[in-house]
Ligand binder design. Structure first.
Ligand code: GRF
Length: 223
């Protein structure tokens, strides 16, 4: 990233467990960035309180207050622009972003998704893993493109699924064992300028990834 301390904006919709992991990693110096602000599309998102507790500016851009997707997108883009972020984290942000907004942050916006992409884009990933009797599950951090949950994957954490695992059990495991580790790690790499996405290819320290990074690539402080 250019400059000494890059500015990170975080978009949320819910509880904010991923946001908390990011706040913690920034506070203890594992992510070398400043959190410019948190934006939620839902006023009741628990993550807003986590942001305020950490002394980070948090605002709500309620999607329900706008008549069209375009109007919401424009309002969100304006709030985001105000934060002047160098990079953006979608941490459980449950709205589909418009193409213009995505294009403005292309290569500098990352999303956490609870599946082993390209498997199971969209919602209901854990239930699909159970229904299909998959033997593996996990989460992915990917760069955001105009294709929903379809951008280049940077890092993915996986584990074995047992036949008795319920969707609820899987959801907890994906969150605690995978998401809360791989997202802060990916953002730390981006903040250091080590992780980049150019021309649809992800590079770590200049080396193009032939496959997504994995749990074995986590630095000790992110394990
Ligand atoms: C996570 O599972 C994330 O992958 C999904 O929404 C959930 C967000 O949870 N898209 P939280 O708000 O970080 O607690």
């Amino acid at each position: 990233m250019a400059g000494a301390r890059p500015r990170l904006a975080v978009l949320i919709s819910g509880q904010g467990r991923n946001l908390q992991a990011i706040l913690d990693a920034v506070r203890d110096g594992r992510i070398a960035a400043d959190i410019a602000g948190v934006i939620s599309n839902r006023a009741e998102a628990g993550g807003l309180e986590r942001a305020r507790d950490a002394g980070v500016p948090a605002v709500v851009v309620p999607h329900t207050a706008y008549p069209t997707r375009e109007a919401f997108d424009a309002a969100l883009a304006a709030e985001l622009a105000r934060l002047r972020p160098d990079f953006v984290a979608l941490a459980g942000f449950m709205r589909i972003l418009g193409g213009k907004l995505i294009a403005r942050h292309e290569g500098r916006m990352l999303n956490i998704h609870p599946s082993l992409l390209p498997k199971y884009r969209g919602l209901g990933t854990h239930a699909q893993v159970v229904a299909n009797r998959d033997t593996e599950h996990g989460a992915s951090v990917h760069y955001v493109t105009g294709e929903l949950d379809g951008g280049p994957v940077a890092i993915q954490g996986r584990f074995s699924v047992s036949p008795q695992d319920t969707a609820q059990v899987l959801a907890e495991r994906v969150m605690n064992d995978i998401e809360l580790k791989i997202f802060p790690q990916a953002l730390a790499w981006v903040a250091r300028g080590e992780l980049r996405c150019e021309g649809g290819r992800v590079r770590l320290r200049g080396a193009t990834l032939l496959r997504p990074l994995g749990l074995a690539d986590l630095e000790p402080e992110f394990r």
